[in-house]
Design a protein around this ligand. Structure first.
Ligand SMILES: NC(=O)c1ccc[n+]([C@@H]2O[C@H](COP(=O)([O-])OP(=O)(O)OC[C@H]3O[C@@H](n4cnc5c(N)ncnc54)[C@H](O)[C@@H]3O)[C@@H](O)[C@H]2O)c1
Length: 251
């Protein structure tokens, strides 16, 4: 079994996931970066060059067999899982614009739920027993402001997936609180990443006008909160959603 704390971060080839993986590695954890994009291997090489203990796994988290493969890999390679960050997510854009409900098919709806909600469910179900066995664990689920409130350009599939993730996280937090395991969500507002830059410039400009901080957030600002939730010191913080959105909810 690995001596160091072991963290799994999904969707770690890009954006928020990559920043979180780097930050947990810098905090001294051994980190497995999981992504369907094979570029995750290049990201791991870059982090390893900085002296971090990191590993890459290419897996498509829309597929149950590949998710179970991630869990098997962690059990075989590390024998423990201390931190699970469910970050991989998809957010279909309608040519950069608003996604009206009548345009969303059942297949579209289920595709988004599969990646954004079913994958976290399966990974939690498979990895929680490892945390329970050690009497320590941290689950950090990356939700969204879209799971908290109405946002006009967001599709119902995306907001439903993120609201579902928040509900599931609360339930897990309650079921596992007595075993030294915490489960929390981060609900980012608009963060500058490849995913959010798919929106049209007019949507981004309008979004900034509604943010008291007057700018988009950075991936490092999400990573800092994830790092706190994954830390020793956050042991009494569970079942909450931390909104990281530049003050939008004050308006
Ligand atoms: N960027 C924002 O403004 C913002 C706001 C709120 C919430 N979020 C959430 O933050 C998370 C990360 O978003 P981001 O902006 O960094 O996006 P991103 O597109 O930059 O990164 C997402 C990563 O997830 C991976 N991924 C997608 N589907 C996958 C699958 N089926 N299997 C494995 N990997 C898969 C992608 O390959 C990519 O590397 C998402 O859950 C997103 O919903 C982002």
């Amino acid at each position: 079994m690995s001596e160091k704390r072991v963290a799994v971060v999904t969707g770690a080839a890009s954006g928020i996931g990559l920043a979180i993986a780097g930050s947990l590695a810098a905090a001294g954890m051994r980190v497995l970066l999981v992504d369907r994009d094979a570029a995750v291997r290049d990201r791991v090489r870059a982090l390893a060059d900085k002296g971090f203990e990191v590993d890459a796994l290419v897996a498509d988290l829309s597929r149950e067999d590949e998710i179970l493969g991630v869990a098997r890999h962690i059990k075989a390679s590390a024998g423990r899982c201390d931190v699970l960050v469910n970050n991989a997510g998809i957010h279909p854009k309608n040519k950069g614009d608003k996604f009206a409900m009548p345009e969303i098919s059942l297949a579209d709806f289920e595709t988004v739920l599969r990646v954004n909600l079913s994958a976290p469910f399966l990974l939690c179900r498979e990895l929680l027993p490892l945390m329970k066995a050690n009497g320590w664990g941290r689950i950090v689920n990356i939700a969204s402001r879209a799971g908290r409130t109405f946002i006009a350009p967001v599709g119902v599939h995306y907001s439903a997936s993120k609201a579902g993730l928040i509900g599931m996280t609360r339930q897990i937090a309650g079921e596992f609180a007595a075993f030294g395991i915490t489960a929390n969500c981060i609900a980012p507002g608009r963060i500058e990443t490849p995913l959010s830059s798919q929106s049209s410039p007019s949507i981004i400009e309008k979004a900034i006008q509604g943010i008291p901080a007057g700018r988009l957030g950075t991936t490092d600002e999400i990573a800092a909160v994830a790092n706190f939730l994954a830390s020793e010191g956050a042991g009494y913080v569970t079942g909450v959603v931390i909104d990281v959105n530049g003050g939008v909810f004050m308006s």
